[in-house]
Design a protein around this ligand. Structure first.
Ligand code: NAD
Ligand code: DAU
Length: 337
């Protein structure tokens, strides 16, 4: 049994990861999250009574906020999900991305070293590799060529984690995953946005010609891969994680319209994202060979299950869209402030 501190555990992937650790291991789990617009503790309301789980509201980009949490909880390992994660927001204003993703990661590394934390898993993204043409896939040795302020900030954080390992001998691993989908994803990203709009009979905005390609992975597969890296990854190594499911955006949107029983007349082609990366694809041979990871979800099964989840969780979507979920913290944790 160990104590694992998860940053960003109130977000999409982090909350799925926290639930997984509590369900499949006997670890204690410390969830640290600043509760930005993307942090929603309702995602974890089902584990709140678990004696192995605790939540701490703290900002990784402020030493005085995050340091006391590590001093008090003394985790054995950290899995670092906390980030500003949405590319479009980074196009409008990159400042929060630099603050959390770059400065916050360095502060977290410093505090982890100060308190003798063991393994530090840094959850990064395939977007640090930039964009592909019509062929080829990203390997761990592909050049780092980020194109958006978001991916540039994630690349910066990757380099800081790499440097912490090389300079200070910290036990760090970096994961670089492709596009996730599944339960509790904030409806600003392609798949949950399209599902919630389709279910409401509202237009579906497709950027540019809709032919950009992403390699989709179910969040449960991503979380399983991160757990394998936490348990068996080699210090200093990078692991790509992919879903073996490359699809054009238009294909994804049409599939979601079919699953929600809506007409393709809802599709609207809108102005393209500035600097829009054309294609991502992951070569997952290293993590398969070294840690035995292969994705289990097919794209078709994953899409169907995800549409079902959003159909069944209309109240969750409504509360996220209206902002009502933000009052949950005060109701549940107001006493901690
Ligand atoms: P998300 O936006 O849903 O969640 C991010 C969480 O981090 C939120 O709970 C937010 O409150 C928290 N946070 C933000 N700033 C913070 C700060 N300063 N201090 C403490 N907490 C803070 O993101 P996600 O989609 O779950 O992504 C999680 C991680 O995985 C990110 O690092 C992202 O770069 C990476 N990633 C995401 C994907 C994807 O498809 N979503 C793919 C590969 C990698
Ligand atoms: O590849 C991993 C990355 O995937 C993660 O690091 C990011 O955190 C995550 O947000 C995601 O980035 P993308 O930019 O690929 O995801 P997004 O869901 O924003 O967009 C997916 C594709 O769909 C992309 O080509 C842009 C397009 N799109 C997106 C939205 C929100 C649309 O056509 N219309 C939309 O309204």
């Amino acid at each position: 049994m160990a104590k694992i501190l998860v940053t960003g555990g109130a977000g999409f992937i982090g909350s799925n990861f926290v639930r997984r650790l509590l369900r499949d291991t006997d670890h204690d789990v410390v969830n640290v999250d600043a509760l930005t617009y993307a942090g929603n503790l309702e995602n974890l309301s089902d584990v709140e009574g678990d004696g192995r789980y605790s939540f701490h509201k703290a900002d990784i980009a402020e030493f005085a906020s995050i340091e006391p949490v590590l001093r008090e909880t003394r985790p054995d390992s950290i899995v670092h999900f906390a980030a500003e994660s949405h590319v479009d927001r980074s196009v409008h204003d990159a400042s929060a991305f630099v603050r959390t993703n770059v400065v916050g990661t360095q502060i977290l590394l410093d505090v982890a070293r100060m308190h003798d934390v063991g393994r530090f898993v840094h959850v990064s993204t395939d977007e640090v590799y930039g964009s592909l043409g019509s062929s080829g896939r990203f390997t761990e040795t592909s050049p780092i060529q980020p194109n958006s302020p978001y991916s540039a900030s994630k690349a910066g954080s990757d380099f800081l984690v790499r440097a912490a390992h090389h300079t200070h001998g910290m036990d760090c691993c970096i994961t670089r995953c492709s596009n996730n989908y599944g339960p509790y994803q904030f409806p600003e990203k392609l798949i949950p946005l399209m599902i919630s709009n389709a279910l409401a009979g509202q237009p579906l905005p497709v950027y540019g010609d809709g032919k950009n390609v992403r390699d989709w992975i179910h969040v449960e597969d991503h979380c399983r891969a991160v757990q394998l890296v936490l348990e068996n990854g080699v210090a200093g190594e990078v692991y790509n994680i992919g879903g073996n499911s490359e699809r054009e955006n238009l294909h994804v949107v049409r599939k979601l319209l079919e699953l929600t029983g809506q007409s393709e007349d809802l599709i609207r082609f809108v102005k393209d994202r500035p600097g829009h990366d054309r294609r991502y694809a992951i070569d997952g041979a290293k993590i398969e060979r070294e840690l035995g990871f292969v994705p289990e979800w097919t794209f078709e099964d994953g899409m169907a299950a995800t549409v079902d989840w959003y159909r069944e969780h209309g109240a969750w979507v409504d509360r996220v869209k209206s902002g009502a979920y933000r009052s949950y913290y005060e109701t549940q944790y107001g006493r901690l402030d």
